[in-house]
Design a binder for this molecule. Structure first.
Ligand SMILES: NC(=O)c1ccc[n+]([C@@H]2O[C@H](COP(=O)([O-])OP(=O)(O)OC[C@H]3O[C@@H](n4cnc5c(N)ncnc54)[C@H](O)[C@@H]3O)[C@@H](O)[C@H]2O)c1
Length: 280
């Protein structure tokens, strides 16, 4: 989607961090912006900033873990701006917990926001984009959607799923005029760690292990830099938006491990190429 001037961007989790960075970059590109966040006060503060630089923007209270709330976001957007062209499913939370200790409700907290948040966005907005034959969806995963390790098991489970969903979506809508990108940031200087702990349901057992070392997000790049990279991908139709190249060796190791296993399997059991996988 090359011409962004006057187009409408809906960004979830835009009251802070990367979502705010995307909102600022979208406004700078001339887009009208819907700042959606579970925290309406923060969404309003970002909206006021965007208006100060001359952009049209509205704040909408949205809980991405609720399908009804995301449907209401769509309705308010259409009522106010009449269309949607760019959807950034960005809202997300983090918990560092070893799987041997994690409460099932911690899993549910992360899956409901990080994975169902993206699913609700796609389910609700994709038909509009397909119908108008133009649009772009950006799903925020993480470099943790490409590589994994403790204590990030819960988080990377959700982010690997977002990468898989996005890869399939890219192929599904390739001929429908709808672009797809998956954002895989490394460390970005945001409120992710503090915010995620603050919003974690109070009912959860405080005794479980959530004090694993957290990523040092304060050492990360600026959210606006990420937002500008997202806008480049939207204009150019880029799929993987990987904000750091520090993880090249680990990504290489992971993929080499998979290919080595494939070669070892073929060497031991014979190649399956050209014959039915089902032995019957
Ligand atoms: N900061 C990093 O280093 C980093 C790295 C990789 C991926 N990410 C991903 O980037 C995305 C944005 O995180 P961030 O780092 O900007 O954190 P952040 O906490 O600064 O911003 C996240 C925003 O999402 C909102 N939010 C949380 N739950 C919500 C819900 N249920 N519905 C709607 N809004 C909700 C929060 O209120 C907050 O404003 C997340 O998906 C995160 O997993 C961040």
């Amino acid at each position: 989607m090359q011409d962004l001037e006057g187009k409408v961007a809906v960004i979830t989790g835009a009251g802070s961090g990367i979502g705010e960075g995307i909102a600022r970059a979208a406004a700078a590109a001339g887009m009208r912006v819907v700042v959606a966040d579970i925290d309406l006060e923060k969404a309003r503060a970002v909206t006021a900033e965007l208006e100060r630089i001359g952009a049209q923007a509205i704040a909408v209270a949205t809980d991405v873990s609720s399908l009804e709330s995301v449907e209401s976001l769509r309705d308010v957007t259409l009522e106010h701006f009449g269309a949607v062209h760019l959807l950034c499913n960005n809202a997300g939370v983090w918990i560092g917990a070893l799987m041997q200790n994690a409460d099932i409700r911690d899993w549910q907290y992360l899956i409901n926001v990080n994975l169902y948040g993206v699913i609700h966005g796609v389910k609700t907005f994709l038909p509009l984009l397909v119908e108008q034959g133009e649009g772009h969806i950006v799903n925020t995963a993480s470099v943790g959607g490409l590589i994994s390790g403790p204590p990030e098991g819960l988080y990377t489970t959700t982010k690997f799923a977002v990468v898989g969903l996005s890869e399939a979506l890219l192929m599904e809508v390739a001929d429908k005029g709808v672009g797809v990108s998956v954002l895989c940031p490394g460390l970005v200087d945001t409120n992710l760690i503090t915010q995620s702990f603050a919003m974690r349901p109070q009912s959860l057992d405080p005794g479980i292990d959530h004090q694993q070392p957290a990523p040092d997000v304060a050492s990360g790049i600026s959210p606006l830099t990420v937002g500008e990279q997202v806008m480049d991908a939207v204009r150019e139709g880029g799929f993987y938006v990987i904000t750091h190249d520090d993880y090249r060796d680990i990504i290489q190791m992971r993929h080499d491990g998979i290919l080595d296993a494939l070669d070892a399997h073929a060497a031991r059991y014979g190649s399956t190429s050209g014959r039915k996988l089902d032995p019957q």
